[in-house]
Design a protein around this ligand. Structure first.
Ligand SMILES: Cc1cc2nc3c(=O)[nH]c(=O)nc-3n(C[C@H](O)[C@H](O)[C@H](O)COP(=O)(O)O)c2cc1C
Length: 458
């Protein structure tokens, strides 16, 4: 089958902390992640990414911390495994001020917010960035976070998605339906800022949330932010099929990506949408050099700073399994788990059945698939993932910050551009328009569109 060559979408994958995916690398002499508490760190990253024509920066966030491995938080603290961790939303204005096009995919956990105030936070940032905001909708997977929020433990896996459904329905009503386009006229002569008959209260009485109030913000360029999501359990798929515009998958191979991609696109169709209404991004790590030998050398040097055990501690939280309780070669009995079911699925599919196998796999401090080579080799592999995996792009992990993304921009981007696989300039418009090329707002077949005010409902 001949494939038309589509541009590959690339986000930088980051988190507002020291150790994100490749644990231990914060000790590398060139790594700047320890500066995460400064604005300069974030504005430097944003400018590097925009020079590299990245689609956006995708910032993970976890409410809580990893205390499954060894039944405690000691290793997490010693190795800086996503703790301490700061809020990803509060750094966006600074990055937006020094860029014009870079998108922001920001994680927020449903149970940590009230939809009424959250909707305003998003509208505010979407206005300030001129429509560059995406929301990575997560339902939470660690008990420590919900203990912090005053609950005894995580709600059952599927019921977390039920809460998210209710949360989304309410925020759609606020973003899409509370204010008409053109409500704000700011007419000084007539002393009318907002036309009163163009704004209305949202009445919502759902299983988890109630509201009877006007959305506090005027419409932002995209109204609803670009909706990202990451679950691929059966309940997660159904949720993604209905809501997600971007899905982030943790596939270990193009074959695994293809299975996830087909399932996701089928779920979109089942929800009355088109297969292409979801853009699928795989997480991947890239070590690139000017030659294959230089890349291998760089990789070998990175390995000397990595902590496979910390990668294991991270994965323990993702699966809910305390691997420290098993001998190196004991078989690990993965259950379904109440944490991330897709992580458990990956472990089973890949045959990561013992601690030894996991540690081998996590040599670079993480479970992410790693591509090492010169620009031509990296581009070959990325194209293979796109074509065989039937996906749209990548979330590129950071190994050494900002070196990983700088190398990608300097070496891989020109190679992909020569192959017609990467943009050579940014198109104008919002994040949604640049992803789908069909305007700033969600299309009519998306669930959110039903909450818009039409002539009929007016
Ligand atoms: C690749 C990937 C990235 C994720 N990133 C986050 C994150 O940043 N924060 C978070 O709380 N959960 C994150 N999750 C967890 C998901 O949001 C979701 O809660 C989890 O996958 C459970 O869904 P599932 O069982 O349907 O897979 C991620 C999951 C995957 C697979």
């Amino acid at each position: 089958m001949t494939q038309t060559k589509r541009h590959i979408h690339v986000n930088a994958f980051n988190m507002n902390c020291v150790g994100h995916i490749h644990h231990g690398l914060w000790t590398h002499p060139r790594d700047r992640s320890s500066e995460y508490g400064t604005l300069r760190y974030w504005t430097d990253i944003a400018q590097i990414l925009e020079r590299g024509l990245f689609d956006g920066i995708f910032i993970a966030d976890v409410i809580g911390y990893y205390d499954v491995y060894q039944g405690g938080v000691d290793l997490t603290l010693r190795e800086g495994i996503q703790l301490p961790v700061n809020n990803p939303w509060l750094i966006v204005s600074a990055m937006a001020a020094v860029t014009q096009h870079l998108g922001f995919g920001l994680t927020a956990m449903v149970g940590a917010h009230h939809p009424y105030t959250f909707a305003r936070d998003v509208s505010t940032l979407d206005q300030l960035t001129n429509g560059r905001i995406g929301w990575n909708i997560v339902t939470g997977y660690v008990d420590s976070g919900v203990r912090g929020l005053g609950q005894d433990g995580l709600a059952e896996h599927d019921s977390r998605y039920d809460r998210a459904e209710d949360f989304l329905e309410l925020t759609y009503k606020l973003w899409e339906g509370s204010w008409d386009d053109g409500a704000v006229v700011a007419d000084r002569a007539r002393r009318v800022h907002t036309l009163p008959d163009t704004v209305r209260a949202v009445v919502h009485d759902g299983p988890f949330y109630r509201t009877n109030a006007i959305h506090m913000s005027a419409p932002s360029p995209q109204r609803t932010p670009v909706l990202f999501q990451a679950g691929t359990s059966s309940r997660g798929l159904r949720f993604a099929g209905k809501h997600a515009e971007g899905v982030f998958i943790g596939a270990a191979s193009p074959e695994a990506a293809r299975v996830a991609s087909r399932n996701l696109r089928a779920a979109a169709v089942a929800a009355g949408r088109a297969p292409g209404d979801i853009k699928i991004f795989a997480g991947v790590a890239v070590v690139v050099g000017k030659t294959q030998a230089e890349a291998q050398e760089k990789y070998a040097e990175y390995l000397t700073h990595a902590s496979a055990e910390s990668g294991l501690a991270h994965f323990a939280a993702s699966t809910g399994v305390d691997f420290a309780r098993y001998g190196l070669d004991d078989p690990i009995p993965y259950g379904t788990g109440n944490a991330i079911q897709s992580a458990t699925q990956t472990a089973r599919q890949q045959g990561w059945t013992t601690r030894r196998k996991l540690l081998d796999q996590f040599a670079l401090g993480s479970r992410y698939h790693t591509i090492v080579g010169d620009a031509a080799h990296v581009a070959d592999e990325l194209e293979r993932w796109i074509d065989e995996g039937e996906i749209d792009g990548f979330n590129l992990t950071r190994i050494v910050v900002p070196e990983t993304w700088q190398d990608f921009a300097d070496l891989v981007v020109p190679e992909l551009q020569n192959r017609g696989r990467y943009r050579t300039h940014y198109d104008t418009g919002t994040l949604r328009h640049r992803l789908f090329g069909r305007g700033d707002r969600l299309p009519a077949q998306h669930a959110a569109a039903s909450y818009r005010r039409t002539e009929e409902t007016a």
